[in-house]
Design a protein around this ligand. Structure first.
Ligand code: PLP
Length: 392
């Protein structure tokens, strides 16, 4: 293991995989083999078959484990594969409490897949510890946290929920996609299973779909390893390498993008067309004190609300810089429209109940000069205002 006194930023580069032990290559070798030769029929080496394990995947799995401050890491073919596999540690008759503005795919998994296997759920406002406590049932086995949540950036008191979970004999799972271990390390706050869509900030370049899971407990690690091998949604070796490459610049990317997010959030608050700004790095955000206590910054994602769908359409039409797309956490800024993208799996009624209105836009900051983004937004608001006036 590497020297744990290194700071996170240094550990991203100087870890067990900084060079290949055999050749000295300063890049993790991509091992394409799907199977591994056995010296004899009774002795297996560290690897036997590619689904069960592979040296390139192992490099990623051990690296993410160390970065999250955990002991066991697992790489999956997508964030949803990681999340779904973790949920399958549950059995028929179990119950799970879920953040009510969780990722749309997680919502779909819980409401349309798990129910078919007799795994029940209740959605709660995870920022309200009293509501969490009230909804824990005798068969509740997992409390599923997403903080900051998607897309309204609500902040959950991680240690508060962990305390309730432990008192009630249930596990906590946490989707750490929005902050990554560079800004928030849930295992250190007592969480049992950390989940990632590594597609986002961890890989960071909009060029790979991947998922990661990290746990500390050996028994839990055995269960996840068993399910990873049984379900088989493992990450391919080329993609493992891409994630490892992205990871090296994680700290510098997410810090820069977080600074830009704060700048944009502060500016958006002064724009008359913007009805509300949601960003946990703003002092006016109700979750700000908790965010400050459990994470290094507000992160690089914010959302803001315009009047309605027509206002959104006009604004987006005139923007030049951000990519308009599903996804987040990349070197380019990405603007998305939750109602029709990440949260399309939810009915309009469910969306509105959760405060995801038709005027809501989510912005994930990239590495552009924030001044250019502000200018771009300014001209888009000006042009769309003219349009909206002419239409009336
Ligand atoms: C994208 C995302 C997921 C799903 O990950 P995929 O890699 O797309 O399967 C899960 N949680 C959050 C918060 C996400 O943003």
């Amino acid at each position: 293991m590497t020297d744990h006194n290194f700071s996170f930023q240094t550990k991203l580069l100087h870890n067990d995989y900084k060079f290949d032990k055999e050749t000295g290559a300063v890049s993790v070798p991509i091992q394409h083999a799907s199977t591994f030769h056995q010296q004899n029929l009774d002795e297996f080496g560290p690897f036997d078959y590619g689904r069960s394990g592979n040296p390139t995947r192992q490099a990623l799995e051990q690296t993410i484990a160390e970065l999250e401050g955990g002991r066991f890491g697992f790489a999956f073919s997508s964030g949803m594969a990681a999340i779904s596999t973790a949920f399958l540690t549950l059995s028929q008759g179990d119950h799970v409490l879920v953040s009510n503005d969780c990722y749309g795919g997680t919502y779909r998994m819980v409401t349309e897949v798990l129910v078919r296997y007799g795994i029940e759920h209740t959605f709660v406002d995870m920022t309200d510890l009293q509501e969490v406590a009230l909804n824990i049932q005798p068969n509740t086995k997992v409390i599923y946290i997403e903080t900051p949540s998607n897309p309204l950036l609500k902040v959950t008191d991680i240690q508060g929920v962990v305390k309730l979970a432990k008192a009630n004999n249930c596990l906590t799972f946490l989707d750490n996609t929005f902050l990554t271990p560079a800004l928030q390390r849930p295992l250190e706050l007592g969480v049992d299973v950390v989940l990632h869509s590594a597609t986002k900030f961890i890989a960071g370049h909009s060029d790979v779909v991947a998922g990661l899971t990290v746990v500390n407990d050996e028994e839990l690690a055995k269960q996840i390893a068993f399910l990873q091998n049984s379900i088989g949604a493992v990450l391919g070796v080329q993609d493992c390498w891409l994630v490892l490459r992205g990871l090296k610049t994680l700290q510098i990317r997410i810090e820069q993008s977080s600074k830009a997010a704060l700048q944009l959030a502060e500016w958006l608050q002064t724009v008359p067309e913007v009805e509300q700004v949601f960003y946990p790095g703003l002092k006016s955000h109700p979750g700000y004190p908790i965010q400050l206590a459990q994470a290094k910054s507000g992160g690089a994602v914010l959302s803001f609300q315009l009047k309605d769908e027509e206002a959104v359409k006009q604004f987006v039409k005139h923007l030049q810089i951000p990519v308009v797309a599903v996804s987040l956490g990349a070197v380019e800024s990405i603007l998305s429209y939750p109602a029709k993208m990440s949260h399309a799996a939810m009915s309009k009624e469910e969306r509105h109940k959760r405060g995801i209105s038709d005027g809501l836009l989510r912005l994930s900051l990239g590495l552009e000069d924030p001044a250019d983004l502000i200018n771009d937004f300014k001209q888009a608001f000006d042009k769309s205002n003219l349009r909206l006036k002419v239409k009336k």
